[in-house]
Design a protein around this ligand. Structure first.
Ligand code: NAD
Ligand code: ZN
Length: 355
């Protein structure tokens, strides 16, 4: 069976297109009482972006904190807070921030129309009801969260996305000016998430012409952004993220993401930097790309944390291996159907111990 792939319904792209947000939201307001909720990364609380958020009468800005990557408990609390604000649901939920904030906006929009806890829906196609109209506005580029059908959450038992067609944004606003102020190291880590999406998609056994077309374009854009001194690099990085997300949507990621999830679950290491830490040790699997990645690190003077597993005890290491091994499609994409014969617990343990 071929996947029948749900895409974002509306996309606006261009420098300054954030100014069109009010028009876009107005189309969803049926009456004067209708309101929008803006979930905005609190890094912008004291900045100029705040005054540009088009807040109308009953609209509400809620600052979200992403020091920790999104948790189901946080999503549930935000959804409850919004329900407590009004008897009616908001006309739109707008997420303004990096991958974490966009994922929070996706999850909250789902939890406004679906009963119970977001932890009940971690998995594939468990969501029953369509979400509130939801809009994603990236302020960091690389994750592809703006185009994906998942919102990655840490729950009581697992770190797993709410994967569903209802998760996909109804609208995204891609304004390259919004990513200009991101700290250089964070821009690099999140940008490398995109680069690694392309490497894992293009080198995977699930590859097909759809994923290849998007993956190659995204890979070229990443190289231009991180290896050449090019103009318009924010525009290019934003499109790389979009295309990288489209590439993996129709294929899969691979070894780096599987191992990075283990690091994230046990040590709380964030997705972008976690991928970079892992990728530097995958020269046996993606030799040319790892070499190129090191060139990019050198050019941008990036120093990765080392020895991150030094303090990890044997139990924690076992847990990391469990978390990585659960992600079977990633391993199968990377190594083929009989991947279990080559990727043993011992091999994963020795990779983790090198990091
Ligand atoms: P992030 O959203 O976690 O943000 C990282 C840091 O950058 C935060 O401190 C944030 O406040 C700050 N920041 C964001 N934009 C900024 C700006 N313009 N200026 C200054 N600071 C800014 O980072 P990310 O790498 O974009 O997202 C990682 C998250 O995305 C993880 O939670 C991961 O699980 C998730 N993810 C989701 C998908 C998906 O398909 N849904 C895919 C990959 C990753
Ligand atoms: Zn990723």
């Amino acid at each position: 069976m071929f996947r029948n792939f749900k895409m974002v319904s509306y996309v606006v792209f261009g420098r300054g297109c954030f100014n069109q947000l009010d028009d876009i939201l107005s189309q969803k307001r049926q009456s004067e009482d209708d309101f929008s909720v803006f979930l905005v990364d609190d890094v912008f609380q004291d900045g100029s972006l705040t005054s540009r958020v088009p807040v109308r009468n009953r609209d509400k800005i809620i600052w979200v904190n992403v020091d920790d990557e999104p948790k189901t408990t946080y999503v549930d609390a935000l959804a409850k807070h919004i329900k407590d604000l009004s008897a009616e649901l908001p006309a739109s939920v707008v997420g303004i921030g990096g991958g974490s904030t966009m994922d929070i906006a996706k999850a909250v929009s789902l939890m406004l129309t679906n009963p119970g806890s977001s932890a009940d829906y971690q998995g594939w196609d468990l969501i029953k009801n369509p979400a509130v109209h939801h809009v994603g506005i990236p302020t960091l580029s690389g994750t592809g969260a703006e185009v994906s059908r998942t919102t990655v959450l840490s729950g009581p038992e697992k770190k797993l996305g709410i994967n569903s067609d209802f998760t996909v944004f109804d609208q995204i606003v891609l304004d390259p000016e919004l990513i200009a102020g991101a700290p250089m190291d964070q821009r690099f880590y999140t940008g490398m998430d995109c680069y690694i999406h392309c490497v894992e998609s293009l080198n995977g056994t699930y590859l097909n012409a759809f994923s290849k077309a998007y993956g190659e374009k995204a890979m070229d854009l990443c190289k231009t952004v991180f290896l050449d001194d090019c103009p318009d690099s924010d525009d290019k990085l934003m499109m790389a993220s979009y295309c990288g997300g489209m590439s993996i949507a129709y294929s899969q990621v691979g070894i780096c993401h599987a191992l990075s999830y283990g690091l994230g679950f046990v040590l709380g290491i964030h997705h972008g930097i976690g991928n970079c830490i892992v990728f530097d040790y995958l020269e046996d699997y993606y030799p040319e790309a790892v070499y190129e990645f090191r060139e990019m690190m050198k050019k941008h003077d990036i120093r990765l944390p080392r020895n991150v597993t030094d303090q990890v005890d044997e139990n924690e290491l076992e847990k990391m291996i469990d978390v990585a091994l659960v992600l079977e499609p990633l391993w199968e994409n990377a190594l083929g159907a009989d991947w279990k014969r080559t990727m043993t617990r011992e091999k994963i343990r020795s990779l983790y111990r090198r990091m």
